[in-house]
Design a protein around this ligand. Structure first.
Ligand SMILES: Nc1ncnc2c1ncn2[C@@H]1O[C@H](COP(=O)(O)OP(=O)(O)OP(=O)(O)O)[C@@H](O)[C@H]1O
Length: 299
């Protein structure tokens, strides 16, 4: 599978602060790539660098198989649709007038514009002022603007921000169907659940660094399942200073490898705490993310 986005040592510093740190992104063709991270972890800055809206302090970007540089930039950007700030568009114009501006700017055909509008299902609202649109309609108009050029790559920064569950569901369905048609979609969010339900590949940022990249299954492979210790006397185990929380049948511990598990069992048995069983259970996706991002409040 070809990668549509690759970066090498991609870094952004603001003064003494490194906000994007040595990223090696690999975004495969035709997937929804979920770019996740807590607020302030560097998602927007990364996407802006991919779109030449911010200049990298260091590193290289390759898009659609071509290195991004002064010569290739104009042609590459023509093939990329994006939504990176709050919904674009002039509020005092209608949806249609906004689309005409995009059409003229990019030299698009009527067919391209009407297809994009139909894809986001805004046909019936094109003669309303954008000011009167709901947030979801504004986001859909923004996506129509990004789609009209029939991009091979879509880069969307938090496109579901502020939408209600029905609006989120609608955007999610739209992005998945675009990917099925071969468009590569990179979409950022700080909402784990939302990304998990649409992305087939995940990139997770924590404090500017890529802490994980791969499929959901690979993510679970990397995590250490929690340990459940069945004991009728969890209080005595906790009194020993064992780093556990109480669970239904005893105790639950996170992040314990095999050696630590053996040491724990020895310690409990040595202290005469009855151990009826020791099992592993998979962490929830939330817990895996929390561990990776340093529990910075990813939802
Ligand atoms: N122009 C700038 N000058 C200085 N610092 C900046 C600038 N732009 C972003 N930052 C800082 O870089 C860090 C990363 O910001 P960024 O917006 O990329 O994060 P994010 O993951 O997209 O977060 P959010 O979900 O809140 O948008 C933040 O600490 C932010 O304050």
């Amino acid at each position: 599978m070809n990668d549509v986005i690759t970066t090498h040592h991609l870094t952004k510093t603001y003064g003494p602060r490194t906000v994007v740190d040595d990223l090696e992104l690999r975004v495969p063709q035709g997937c929804v790539y979920g770019f996740l991270g807590p607020n302030g972890s560097g998602k927007s800055t990364t996407m802006k660098m991919l779109l030449s809206l911010a200049r990298p302090s260091r590193g290289e970007i390759t898009l659609l198989g071509r290195p991004m540089n002064r010569e290739t930039r104009p042609a590459l950007l023509r093939e990329i649709g994006s939504l990176v700030e709050a919904p674009p568009g002039y509020a005092h114009l209608t949806g249609r007038e906004n689309m005409v501006i995009v059409q003229r700017m990019l030299g698009l055909s009527d067919r391209q514009v009407s297809r994009a509008v139909a894809t986001v299902r805004l046909q019936e609202h094109m003669d309303k002022l954008v000011r009167a649109y709901s947030l979801g309609m504004k986001q859909r108009l923004g996506i129509a603007m990004a789609l009209a050029r029939e991009p091979r790559l879509l880069i969307l920064d938090e496109p579901t921000n502020g939408l209600d569950p029905a609006g989120i569901e609608e955007i999610r369905g739209l992005l998945v169907s675009l990917a099925e048609d071969g468009v590569t979609v990179m979409v950022s969010s700080h909402l784990l659940d939302e990304i998990d339900r649409m992305a087939s590949v995940l990139g997770i940022l924590g404090r500017g660094r890529l802490v994980f990249q791969g499929t959901r299954a690979e993510l679970f492979d990397r995590s250490t399942p929690d340990l459940l210790v069945d004991t009728p006397e969890p209080g005595r185990a906790l009194a020993l200073g064992v780093p556990a929380v109480r669970s239904e049948r005893g105790l639950r511990l996170s992040g314990l490898g095999d050696d630590d598990t053996a040491a724990l069992v020895r310690r409990l048995v040595g202290a005469d705490v009855p151990v009826h069983g020791v099992r592993r259970v998979q962490q929830s996706l939330e817990e895996v993310f929390m561990d990776l991002t340093g529990r910075e409040g990813l939802l």
